[in-house]
Every structure is written in structure tokens, then in C-alpha cells.
Write a protein that binds this ligand. Structure first.
Ligand SMILES: Cc1ncc(COP(=O)(O)O)c(C=O)c1O
Length: 409
């Protein structure tokens, strides 16, 4: 329909594209489709009873504050809690290093707003998180990519990419979205060393760090960076901006996450956030603080890990059984996703349309590659569907793949 707004859109909207994932999620709302498409946590692990109690308590004891406007930086007790948590397992920080955001997605957008000029190059893994590419498209980002393999970002290719003068490096070291791959310790150290040598700062996006199903926790890039700089005060140095979120360990519907950055950067982010939404919902912050007090998060993370580990194992076993040998996939040690690679002659979008007819869905991997490629790749989510649905869905997908592999185009 013609509207008076048709010729009034800002130029930047030309670079905004709707996410393939969102479009797909619409399709998978049909109840009979088994979807491995979205990045959804399992709704059966949401701590609903704890939320109900916390809401009651907050409204009884703290109602006027919880329903009022609050500061852009975020609810002070929550920031203090996050600072204590971060200081315990990673780096020494205080509340002045933290801003609460409406999801890490908003943090990515605000970081784009304060750092990215039109045409700036950002160094990313390929493939990388689609939501970051989407957020930064509006600011005119260009990408220099470093390929991923099963040890994460290939740091042998990093130096050449750094020579192009990127503004910052964006890295997802733990159970990366989309591949599920974890950056090895050796490569984390190499990344820190090379970033320092070329004077390029890092944004570390870590929504899944607490969802590890096997093996030892690896130190975050932000912690290794501090160590590398032999930081004598043992206090956060600031070369790495660190993002994490309550979406995967509590509930994504809260839209609650945090940024760790030097106080100067926090001040800029606060200015940007004021323009965006004044502050993140006070009520959600106060309730999340109530729910997560007293060690609940650690305890709840254990439950989530148990449930998701089972789902991952079921998916991997079903893939072993039903997928043709021409398809290869990652073995994630945590997180929500694994990544399949089909023979080059197969196109994941074509496979998807056939899969949807068989009532199973996944996300084609192409759009996760900012500079193209990966048409034969796919992301599969294992946290959302129940084990019996996972078995059924993978069997269906295996059939589709087998028929395709037999008949190369
Ligand atoms: C790597 C990565 N960053 C950021 C986000 C956004 O998370 P949030 O729900 O906190 O906005 C996601 C969500 O899936 C993600 O995978």
C-alpha cells in the first residue's frame, strides 16, 4: 500500500534487512513443525515458581521503586551483584564498569552506535552471530573475516586480517553462535597477543559461557588480556569489552543483559542508551536481582546444563544414525547449537524448503557469513525441542539429506 512515508526513509534503512531467522521463526510457529531453527532456550527450564515468588516479594516490599523510572546504568544492587560474580571467576571490576542493557542485542547496537562510522572495518569470525551483523549494518560496518574451524577463530589467519586496520575484533569464544565451537586456550592467548601487537581492542560476546556440558571452563578473553598485560593492580584493564546476558541462564523474555567496559566507555554507552530507551525495565531488573540472589543462578545453571546436555547427546546420536556420511558436523561442548556442513554442491536453502515440507526446520548457514560463502552449511539448535522431538526431527532431516546426497544437482 502506498503511504506518505514511502520516500522518506533514511538512507541507512537500505542496509537493514530482515533477519532470515525471524522470517523462519514465523514459519516454525506452525505447531506440527519440529524446529531446530530458532535460538530458543527450552521453555521447560524457566524458573517460573521462583519468578512468581520474586514478583510478589518485589511488589510487597519494593513496589514503588520497582515500578518507577530508574537510572540508565541500571539497578545498582544488580550491577553490584554482577560485579561480584565477574570478579569471582574472571576479572576485578566494580559497578562503574557495568551497564545493564535490554538484552545483549541492545549492547551490540549501542556499541555500534558509539564506535562504528560508515565504512569502518570490523574483524569478525566467519561465520559469526547474525544479530551483530544486523545491528551493525545500520551503521555502515564493513567486515574483514577470519575463518572458523573446530578450534574456533583460526588465529593463523588473524594477523593478515589485523593488517587491514579493523576498528575492533568481535569474538564469541564459548560455544559460538552459530557453530557451537569453542576457541581453544592456545588461540585465546594468541588472539590477545596479536590484538595487543596491532593495537586493536576486542569485544567478547559470551552468552553461553555458563552452559558447559563437559570439559574444563576456559578463561575468558577479557581475563587472559588482563593477565597478558601483567596488570599489577589485578583490576580490569579495559582492552576487552565483555558482554553477557540473563537470556540463557534465566529467561530471554526479561530482555536483560550487561556490558563490562572501562568507565569512560560506559559513560558514552549511557548517553547512547538514554536516546534509545532511557533505561532497561526497572521491574525486570529488580525481579531478576531477587531471583538470582543467594546463589540461585549457579544452581539453576546446573539444571539447565543437565537438560541441554541430554538434548545435545540425543541430537548427536540421532545424526550419527540418520545423516549420510557426506555431511559433517561439530561436537559442541556447551551452548545451544551445532553446525552441519553438507557437500559443496548442496544448497542449505533448497534443503530447508524440502525439510519444511517434511515438517522439520533449521537455519541455513549462508547469512552468518558476512562476506558470503557457507551456502552448504546449517545451524541446528538442540536446546528447545524435547528429546523425542529431536529424534523424530533428525530422522526426518536425515531422510531429506540422504535423498539430496544421492542426487547431486
Ligand atoms: C552471540 C549472541 N550475542 C547476543 C545475543 C542476544 O542475546 P540477548 O537475548 O541478551 O539479546 C545472542 C542471542 O542468541 C547471541 O547468541
Amino acid at each position: 500500500m502506498h503511504t506518505p512515508w514511502d520516500h522518506r526513509y533514511a538512507q541507512r534503512t537500505q542496509r537493514m534487512v530482515s533477519s532470515a531467522i525471524r522470517e523462519l521463526l514465523k514459519l516454525t510457529e506452525q505447531p506440527d513443525i519440529i524446529s531446530f531453527g530458532g535460538g530458543l532456550p527450552g521453555a521447560d527450564v524457566f524458573p517460573i515458581a521462583e519468578f512468581r515468588e520474586a514478583c510478589d516479594r518485589v511488589l510487597l516490599e519494593n513496589g514503588p521503586q520497582a515500578l518507577q523510572y530508574s537510572t540508565t546504568e541500571g539497578y545498582a544492587p544488580l550491577r553490584e551483584q554482577i560485579a561480584r560474580h565477574t570478579s569471582r571467576y574472571a576479572i576485578q571490576i566494580g559497578p562503574e564498569n557495568i551497564m545493564i542493557t535490554s538484552g545483549s542485542q541492545q549492547a551490540l547496537d549501542l556499541l555500534g552506535r558509539i564506535f562504528i562510522n560508515h565504512g569502518d572495518r570490523i574483524l569478525v569470525e566467519s561465520p559469526t552471530y547474525l544479530g551483530a551483523l544486523q545491528a551493525w549494518a545500520a551503521y555502515g560496518a564493513e567486515y574483514v573475516t577470519v575463518p572458523m574451524d573446530k578450534q574456533g577463530m583460526n588465529t593463523d589467519a588473524l594477523e593478515e586480517a589485523l593488517r587491514t586496520g579493523p576498528k575492533f575484533i568481535y569474538v564469541l569464544p564459548n560455544f559460538q553462535n552459530p557453530t557451537g565451537v569453542t576457541l581453544s586456550l592456545e588461540r585465546r592467548k594468541r588472539l590477545v597477543e596479536l590484538a595487543d601487537r596491532y593495537g586493536v581492542p576486542i569485544i567478547e560476546d559470551d552468552p553461553y559461557g555458563q552452559l558447559r556440558y563437559e570439559g574444563e571452563h576456559l578463561p575468558s578473553v577479557v581475563a587472559l588480556d588482563d593477565e597478558y598485560r601483567a596488570n599489577s593492580e589485578a583490576y580490569y584493564h579495559g582492552n576487552v569489552i565483555y558482554l553477557s546476558t540473563f537470556s540463557k541462564i534465566l529467561a530471554p523474555g526479561l530482555r536483560l543483559a550487561w556490558v563490562v567496559a572501562p568507565p569512560e566507555v560506559i559513560r558514552k554507552l549511557v548517553q547512547a542508551k538514554q536516546g534509545a530507551d532511557l533505561h532497561t525495565a526497572t521491574f525486570n531488573q529488580v525481579v531478576a536481582y531477587e531471583v538470582s540472589r543467594g546463589g540461585f543462578l549457579d544452581q539453576h545453571a546446573k539444571l539447565i546444563c543437565r537438560v541441554y546436555k541430554e538434548r545435545r547427546d540425543v541430537m548427536l546420536a540421532a545424526m550419527d544414525r540418520h545423516f549420510p556420511p557426506e555431511v559433517d558436523w561439530t561436537q559442541p561442548a556447551g551452548g545451544l547449537f551445532l553446525w552441519g556442513t553438507m557437500p559443496e554442491y548442496l544448497n542449505a536453502a533448497d534443503v530447508l524448503s524440502e525439510a519444511i515440507q517434511q515438517k522439520v526446520a533449521f537455519v541455513p548457514g549462508g547469512p552468518f557469513h558476512p562476506n558470503g560463502g557457507g551456502q552448504n552449511t546449517m545451524r541446528l539448535n538442540f536446546s528447545y525441542a524435547t528429546p523425542d522431538k529431536i529424534m523424530e526431527g533428525i530422522a526426518r532431516l536425515g531422510q531429506v539429506l540422504k535423498s539430496r546426497v544421492k542426487e547431486p544437482a
